[in-house]
Write a protein that binds this ligand. Structure first.
Ligand code: NDP
Length: 312
């Protein structure tokens, strides 16, 4: 026998006899999800959201042990984050997490795509392999997250993609043709994906410079993240104009984490300020929302920190 249970005015979509699962759902509780949040900037984002966001905040990590250790760290500070496994390189892990948030919360209110990797400057891995591995996580997996989670973002939701100012400097080193495409408002997600794949293919053949690309895989991956954010912002404005969803990419600044050098000027908590600012844009706000422009057109996202979170 199956049944539907009404909770907080919402119909539980599960058809099962497990009452306890239904009672665990809370469609009225807001929820924030942060990828790659077992350490670094992601953990600092969760810390800040636990203090400032009125809802459940999820640490997610590809490794359950590292994720649970991070929960304990914040518990020791008196904070109560929740945890769900999420490896953005594993589409099944993404789908499982998406189904969980859909079932328990009927979607997500805040999504912060923070997970990312970077090779150390001294790493001797061939450039083509670095390009493939870097783009796989930073661009293609972040895009997979968006594919499965953007449909879950609720009205009034906020999406923040953690990019990098290196996307701006990398863009300046691209050929005029590539720059034109990345700046254009008619670039599609399919075209962007094809361009990112072209970079990887050309890098593996040692032909990326002739192809008009800079010699920096990380920067190219973050160009992809920034442009993807703009594409998604335009799409959500078109397809869900009344839902007030805001999508932005930002740079956290140069932050002392495993990715960056120990001499970086910002602490992880300082690096979290801009992503958290964008995640907590007030209800009814209409911008920033996937903006770009020249410096004179104020392409800087202004945040409470004086640091620039440069989209372009
Ligand atoms: P860290 O290396 O400290 O943290 C990266 C996080 O991403 C870790 O939790 C890591 O998990 C996670 N991660 C990596 N791959 C995956 C995956 N496949 N699935 C899920 N999680 C994954 O670096 P930061 O905190 O500095 O980086 C956070 C973001 O900020 C990145 O996107 C980075 O590019 C960006 N950024 C950082 C800057 C800096 O100066 N630090 C500057 C500009 C941008 P695990 O522990 O399992 O490896």
């Amino acid at each position: 026998m199956s049944s539907n249970l009404i909770i907080s005015g919402s119909t539980c979509g599960f058809t099962h006899s497990c009452l306890s699962l239904c009672l665990c759902t809370d469609m009225s509780t807001k929820v924030a999800v942060v990828t790659g949040s077992n350490k670094g900037i992601g953990l600092a984002i969760v810390r800040a959201l636990c203090k400032q966001f009125d809802g459940d905040v999820y640490i997610t990590a590809r490794d359950v042990g590292r994720g649970e250790a991070a929960v304990k760290t914040l518990n020791s500070e008196g904070l109560k984050p929740k945890f769900h496994q999420l490896d953005i390189n594993d589409v099944n892990s993404i789908k499982t997490a998406a189904a969980y948030f859909k079932g328990k919360y009927d979607g997500v209110d805040i999504l912060i795509n923070n997970a990312g990797i970077a090779f150390k400057a001294a790493d001797t891995t061939p450039f083509g392999d670095q390009a493939e591995v870097t783009l796989r996580t930073n661009f293609f997996a972040t895009r997979d997250m968006s594919t499965h989670f953007l449909p879950l973002v609720k009205a009034g939701g906020r999406v923040v993609n953690v990019s990098s100012m290196l996307s701006a400097s990398g863009l300046k080193q691209c050929s005029p043709e590539l720059q034109q495409r990345f700046h254009s408002e008619d670039i599609t997600e399919d075209e962007l994906v094809a361009l990112m794949q072209r970079f990887v293919d050309e890098a593996k053949k040692g032909e990326h410079k002739q192809g008009g690309w800079p010699d920096m895989s990380y920067a190219v991956s973050k160009i992809g993240v920034t442009v993807l954010s703009m594409i998604h912002a335009r799409r959500v404005s078109k397809e869900r104009p009344k839902d007030g969803i805001l999508i932005n990419a930002c740079c956290p600044g140069w932050v002392r984490t495993e990715i960056a050098a120990p001499g970086a000027p910002k602490s992880p908590d300082e690096g979290a300020i801009t992503p958290v600012y964008l995640a907590l844009l007030a209800p009814g706000a209409t911008e920033p929302h996937g903006k770009r422009g020249t410096a004179a057109q104020s392409s800087l996202l202004l945040s409470p920190s004086s640091s620039a979170s440069l989209l372009w």
